[in-house]
Design a protein around this ligand. Sequence first.
Ligand code: GLN
Length: 512
Amino acid sequence: MVLTDLSAAEHLRNLESGSISSVELTQAYLDRIEAVEKKVDAFLRIDGDRALQQAAEVDAKHAKRQPLGRLAGLPIAIKDILCERGQTTTCASRMLEHFRPPYDATAITRLRAADAVFLGRTNMDEFAMGGSTESSAYKVTRNPWDLERSPGGSSGGSAAAVAAGMAPFAIGTDTGGSIRQPAGLCGVVGMKPTYGRVSRYGLVAYASSLDQIGAFGQSVEDAALLLESIAGHDPRDSTSLNVPVPPYSQTVNKPLANVRIGWVREHFGPGLDSEVEAAIRAALEVYKSLGATLHEISLPHSKYAVATYYVIAPSEASSNLARYDGVHFGYRTDENEMLAELAADRKRLETGGDKIGLDRLDSALVRMYRRTRAEGFGPEVKRRIMLGTYALSAGYYDAYYLKALKVRRLIRQDFDQAFAKVDLIAGPITPAPAFKIGEMAGDPLALYLVDIYTVSANLAGIPGLCLPCGQSKTGLPIGLQLQAPALEEDRLLRGARMYEQATHWHKNRAMI
Ligand code: GLN
């Protein structure tokens, strides 16, 4: 087995025992990046020198027996959506191409305090809107299992980096599946914690009632370790929960006794690929063999989840993205060009004697906003802004936005009722394994429908985890999703780990 095939938790044991240094480990990952990144395109930026310097600092602390952080010396990849002081944070958008935040996100502060080593910034869908990483303004990331296929999204760069052994673990964000779906399509572990478990201070907002930061890893242990390091109350994020963070990495290896696993009737309907269905059913049997009891449950409103999500998320996005006006943040259109364009328009209207046209002519400020937003945002982001603005507009608000909020409540109640009967819910993460790059390009709705099993956890605010549970005949990974009640990450991780330890799927590596 090569070094970069090991999980973060395994590396940590080696670092602690001194059998490897952080500089050696970081160099191994940088070499791996050098070897495969050209094929995968997972990163927007690779910070090799800085990473080696951070690693050397950790090694020096280790040598002097100074106190070390929780992740001391472990290299990590970060989705390019978390603010890092002085470092470009683009959200894979032209709008933020040169944006250097003046402060660190709390998750970044905590990773620094944990002595993690930052390898670089991973690619994503623009502003995290998408499920294929194709809406990035910079590059298309490829799935390490099959370079013709998508790694999923929006955290596709983080998932692909871990799957290709370019980082032992990574940070992602999940607003409607953006950690769990790419984890499933890339055959790695991905976890979205409870809404409010991890501070979002310094996370560039997409849909604020849904956004959550979470973890990618090679194993469930990695997710436990990473969550433990970034979770916890933060007065700078009013939605962050003021509750203690259990020591996940210490309990993750304790299997759950007599666990009741629910499988959802509605999950096994039409549209579910037969190989995925077989893998999920086999996973349920594994649980049974481990002493779990299986229970059929119903989430009757789950059929409305995609429609509900695609009203709420764009509505919030349209409001959050109003700040990109060319004045406060990021990109601004070329002002000389804009003024020349405006003068030419005025002249044309004057020559034609078009009084109405002249009355309606933009002011320079409005023309600047308009051109800035037209040039700075890509087509998917514009689609979301239009959808959201429509759903929030007078006359449609009650019919769309308010209705969606009501259905959201029902979806949440479905989970409350289900979790009265079972401890965990197990099911598919996507209807099918990884799709081809470009396959969904002309059909946004088809891509939205891939989110059918993931968005309800965000709508309900509950934690969800995806881990590998099979492989298609063509060799593509298949993911199993587990969900738990709010704040029961400990149960979720232990339930996932007991499956992982009983199976070999997480040991498979993409041949790249
Ligand atoms: N596919 C979903 C969307 O486009 C997921 C996004 C996310 O979780 N960031 O909105």
